[in-house]
Design a binder for this molecule. Structure first.
Ligand code: ATP
Length: 281
């Protein structure tokens, strides 16, 4: 197995032999993640791909502290995770916006919750709304926005807290293809330090079903096995930054990397499909 050490520096996230067994409602044990080793370095963007239901989301819940490993260790900043670490930000497929609050109030909520004075929190929130192109929408309510705009609110809501670690679980999968590409560029721009400075770059773990999205965004792509998930292989993505997802996809090197990773991932997808067919028979 290739653990795939991050380039330089102490790891920000480290899973050592992490295993997660769930007790199902019928009382049997279900192993979602098995003996998983993964290391993410400071400022690194790691994408995790794997067949459906293999255990990708469970891996994120272990890093987030929402679940504890049954065996093994999960370290954030060199320490075992205990509860939800304050330096972690999340973006999920479902929008985590408060429907009864305006856009500005939604983005102000995090810093206020962390004890920032109101005027300062509003100032920061406005700054992030400007960065995501929603300055003119601060008085709107979430239902008055498009799906892409709501996702921008979610990004502003997350980045305003200046997370050191960003956990993203298929954040753009509910969006149409064009909006999805725009949001990927937006994310790279926000993360990449073109607006915030490289020192504040977060370490990202981005779970996706979409291998193209994974390659376009990440420094490394982690391929998971068919469930229970463990790391099968880790592939570096040696494509220059800054990247624009629509153009990077057309580069010959991108296509080569895609083929190489698909040879590994496709096998796990096939195993998962065959298991499903077996069950249905
Ligand atoms: N709380 C739970 N109790 C019991 N089983 C669970 C629980 N959470 C997840 N599982 C099971 O663990 C396995 C892995 O689930 P997980 O959501 O991590 O997969 P995934 O790779 O993220 O799936 P998808 O790609 O479909 O989003 C699945 O078989 C799921 O049914």
């Amino acid at each position: 197995m290739n653990i795939g050490d991050p380039p330089g520096g102490a790891p920000v996230i480290e899973l050592r032999g992490a295993t997660k067994v769930f007790r199902t409602p019928s009382g049997t044990d279900h192993t979602a993640v098995r003996d998983l080793d993964l290391v993410v370095g400071r400022g690194e963007f790691v994408a995790v791909v794997g067949p459906t239901g293999c255990g990708k989301s469970t891996t994120l819940t272990l890093v987030s502290g929402l679940e504890e490993p049954t065996e093994g260790e999960v370290l954030v900043g060199g320490r075992p995770v205990a509860g939800i670490p304050p330096q972690v930000g999340f973006v999920f497929q479902q929008d985590a916006v408060f429907p009864w609050r305006t856009v500005l109030s939604n983005v102000t909520a995090g810093p206020r919750f962390r004890g920032m004075p109101k005027a300062e929190a509003r100032g920061r929130a406005r700054d992030w709304l400007r960065r995501v192109g929603l300055a003119a929408f601060e008085d709107r309510y979430p239902h008055q926005l498009s799906g892409g705009q709501r996702k921008r609110v979610a990004l502003a809501q997350t980045f305003v807290n200046e997370p050191e670690i960003l956990l993203m679980d298929e954040p753009f999968s509910a969006l149409d293809v064009q909006t999805r590409a725009l949001m990927s560029d937006e994310l790279l721009d926000l993360w990449g330090g073109t607006r915030t400075g490289p020192a504040s770059r977060a370490s990202v773990v981005f779970v996706t079903h979409d291998l193209e999205e994974a390659i376009a965004l990440a420094d490394r792509v982690v391929v998971m096995t068919a469930g229970p998930a463990t790391v099968k292989e880790v592939f570096p993505v040696p494509l220059a930054r800054p990247r624009k997802v629509e153009s990077v996809r057309l580069e010959p090197r991108f296509v080569e990397i895609y083929r190489e990773i698909w040879a590994s991932l496709g096998e796990e997808v096939r195993i998962t499909r065959e298991r499903g067919a077996g069950r249905a028979a």
